[in-house]
Ligand binder design. Structure first.
Ligand code: HAM
Length: 416
């Protein structure tokens, strides 16, 4: 009797060939600008002590209150699959004393993140991010650089139909002044108990409420951007003028609410036009109190997380990437046992120079092997038999033009 098939858990994003090549391309496009700007890799665990997120990300957030994958491990510890990367990165910076070295600490990371959300197109329970964090610098120029790095990644993919939205959440003084007026305003709305409790933890959350009546009411709410202290306003003005100088256009969205509680000062989101409901392809901002909240020094930070899954969907929606163009440089068809030995040798040599080389394995007839070569989309094909080995020369067939050229085995690398 056939056993029942097992399927992937609901709502996870996964990539298999041929689409996985597009995923790889998109992820690499998002990472490359960070590397070029001197950010260094951090590889961190996908699970952490639950308290890292309750303290770091904030209990008023959906992420912490509803969406964490939390379990008790065999040692009776509360463990959570990371819903985001910043808290873990700060934990590691503190734990490894990077904050005691040269500042700013500039790191990048990429990997899987987990949020128990209701799955839909572009919203997954396991998804991928590429992120960077720059710690220990208040200079508004680094805010602009961080935003520019994200923008370069999206541009490298070829994306055009997205916009950058920015705002400032100000410093503690700005937020305190605003909070008094906002809380006063909210208390007049007659909200249900749960919403009022949420607002008490972080009144800004109400700007993000999806219910029509709350949204309508919040249209009249006082905006934080009108409460910025002189220092916060000057910082934000400076960020904007750097972005202007870099030719990065932006829209000021004073109602933007990031889904995580640690944000302060400059915050931003990249929004794609063609993605339907899940339009955020990336976001980030400053988090000037987070290090201290997690037991570290009083150091500021800024960073972003870019959604690799959504950037890929956006690229497909814009039609800027296709599966073509990602093919092997050479496909070798060996005829017989001794030819296979030589083929493996040649393939290893060429691969060590960065060429992508595939081999026809198994006892296939030449015709079937040629068909496989054709299907693989390889740029060139070579048939290697005893005669070719004896003559140290092969016919290199260009699969595009159909033209074959005689080349020596030693000069294959140049011919490719
Ligand atoms: P975030 O806005 O929560 O920020 O996530 C960043 C990006 O991850 C989003 O813009 C979106 O593209 C993607 N994303 C989030 N949730 C999902 C999901 N369920 N399915 C698919 N994609 C998703 C952060 O996580 C911050 N740690 C970013 C940051 C770094 N801020 C400062 N430093």
């Amino acid at each position: 009797m056939a056993r029942q098939k097992i399927q992937a858990p609901k709502g996870v994003s996964e990539y298999v060939p041929p689409r996985s090549k597009l995923f790889e391309f998109v992820r690499e496009c998002l990472i490359a600008p960070a590397r070029s700007a001197g950010y260094q890799l951090m590889e961190l665990p996908v699970f952490e002590d639950t308290e890292l997120f309750t303290r770091g990300v904030g209990e008023s957030t959906d992420v912490v209150s509803k969406e964490m994958y939390t379990f008790t491990d065999r040692g009776d510890r509360s463990i959570t699959l990371r819903p985001e990367g910043t808290a873990g990165a700060m934990r590691a910076v503190i734990e490894h004393g990077l904050d005691r070295g040269q500042l700013p600490v500039k790191i990048w990371y990429s990997g899987q993140y987990f949020r128990a959300e209701r799955p839909q197109a572009g919203r997954y329970r396991q998804f991928y991010q590429v992120g960077i964090e720059a710690i220990g610098l208040d200079d508004p120029a680094i805010d602009a650089e961080v935003i520019a790095i994200a923008d370069s990644g999206f541009k490298a993919i070829g994306l055009k139909k997205y916009r950058l939205e920015i705002t400032s959440l100000g410093d503690a003084q700005s937020r305190a002044a605003h909070r008094i007026d906002l809380s006063k305003f909210i208390s007049t709305l007659g909200l249900d108990e749960a919403t009022a409790a949420r607002a008490a933890l972080n009144p800004l959350r109400l700007f993000d409420d999806k219910r029509e009546e709350v949204r309508k009411a919040m249209l009249k709410a006082p905006l934080l951007i009108d409460y910025l202290s002189d220092a916060s306003r000057a910082h934000f003005e400076s960020v904007k003028s750097y972005l202007d100088a870099l030719g990065i256009s932006y829209l000021i969205n004073p109602r933007m609410v990031r889904g995580l509680d640690y944000y302060t000062g400059t915050t931003f989101e990249f929004v794609h036009e063609l993605l339907g409901a899940q339009t955020g392809i990336g976001g980030g901002g400053r988090y000037d109190g987070l290090m201290q909240e997690l037991g570290g020094q009083e150091l500021s930070g800024i960073g972003f997380g870019l959604g690799v899954d959504r950037a890929l969907l956006a690229a497909e929606a814009e039609g800027v990437i296709s599966q073509d163009g990602f093919v092997a440089d050479l496909f070798i068809i060996p005829l017989g046992d001794s030819a296979m030995v030589k083929t493996l040798e040649i393939a290893m040599q060429l691969r060590s120079t960065g060429k992508v080389v595939e081999i026809a394995f198994g006892d296939r007839a030449l015709k079937a092997a040629m068909k496989a070569a054709d299907k693989s989309g390889a740029r060139y094909v070579v048939v290697l038999g005893d005669e070719e080995i004896a003559n140290k020369s092969v016919e290199l067939k260009n699969m595009n033009s159909g033209v074959s050229t005689s080349v020596t085995i030693d000069s294959l690398i140049n011919a490719l």
